[in-house]
Ligand binder design. Structure first.
Ligand code: DX5
Ligand code: ZN
Length: 224
């Protein structure tokens, strides 16, 4: 879990949404060998977002394969139904959407009570003011830079201002800022400069033939 604890900017989180699900274990090993720190698991219920992906069973299956931080992004309408199952399945971090519940503070507390890092996410159309009251309760703020539901979308530059604001608002708090959606080699340096610590990358890595080369390209672009 050290990868979670460091505030050093530049943690890469490949999203398995864009991986080859017929070879998921190999895909995870490939990106782990390429030196990423996190594994981003996009959970969608077909209700909160117009797509349906995976459940706790898949996290249970991949947990023993990897030492990466398993970062579960719950794009689901009833996060309260899913926090415990994903915690039991082996998630290191569980992120829920502010838009998905009227009991955000209670659910974030539950994530920590279960021993996981707690994350809160906001969609492009949601203002930071919606999560201001819970910033003391989270280890991670996930800024969506696309409207969630699908990989391979274009990065929305409006996310940069949000990242800068969250970095300013952080003060002595320790939350990490993660960005999800459309992160590529040609924009990752700007995203990092704005203040992001963790970078979700789905198609930037898994649409590339050579995963290791794609990871390397992102890493050097981020440090450029
Ligand atoms: C919500 C998902 C996507 C995805 C990122 O839609 O969270 O943002 O993982 O995919 P890319 O990096 O291809 O935009
Ligand atoms: Zn995601």
């Amino acid at each position: 879990m050290t990868a979670f604890m460091t505030r050093a900017p530049g943690l890469l989180a490949p999203s398995i949404l864009s991986a080859d699900f017929a070879r998921l274990g190999d895909e995870i090993k490939a990106v782990e060998a390429a030196g990423v720190e996190w594994l981003h698991v996009d959970v969608m219920d077909g209700n909160f977002v117009p797509n349906l992906t995976i459940g706790p069973l898949v996290v249970e299956a991949i947990r023993p394969l990897t030492r990466l931080v398993v970062d579960c992004h719950l794009m689901v309408s009833h996060p309260e139904f899913w926090i415990e199952p994903f915690a039991k399945a082996g998630a290191d971090c569980i992120t829920i959407h502010a838009e998905a519940t009227s009991h955000l503070s209670r659910h974030l507390a539950q994530i920590r009570e279960l021993g996981c890092k707690a994350g809160v996410s906001i969609n492009p159309g949601t203002s930071i003011s919606v999560i201001e009251e819970v910033l003391d309760q989270v280890d991670l703020v996930l800024v969506m830079s696309v409207n969630p539901g699908f990989g391979g979308q274009a990065f929305m530059p409006s996310a940069l201002k949000k990242i800068e604001r969250l970095a300013q608002m952080r003060g002595s708090r320790k939350y990490l800022i993660e960005v999800d959606g459309g992160v590529k080699a040609d924009n990752i340096a700007a995203v990092r400069k704005a203040g992001a610590d963790v970078f979700v990358a789905g198609s930037a890595i898994f649409a590339a033939k050579d995963r290791a080369a794609a990871v390397k390209q992102l890493r050097s672009a981020m440090e450029s």
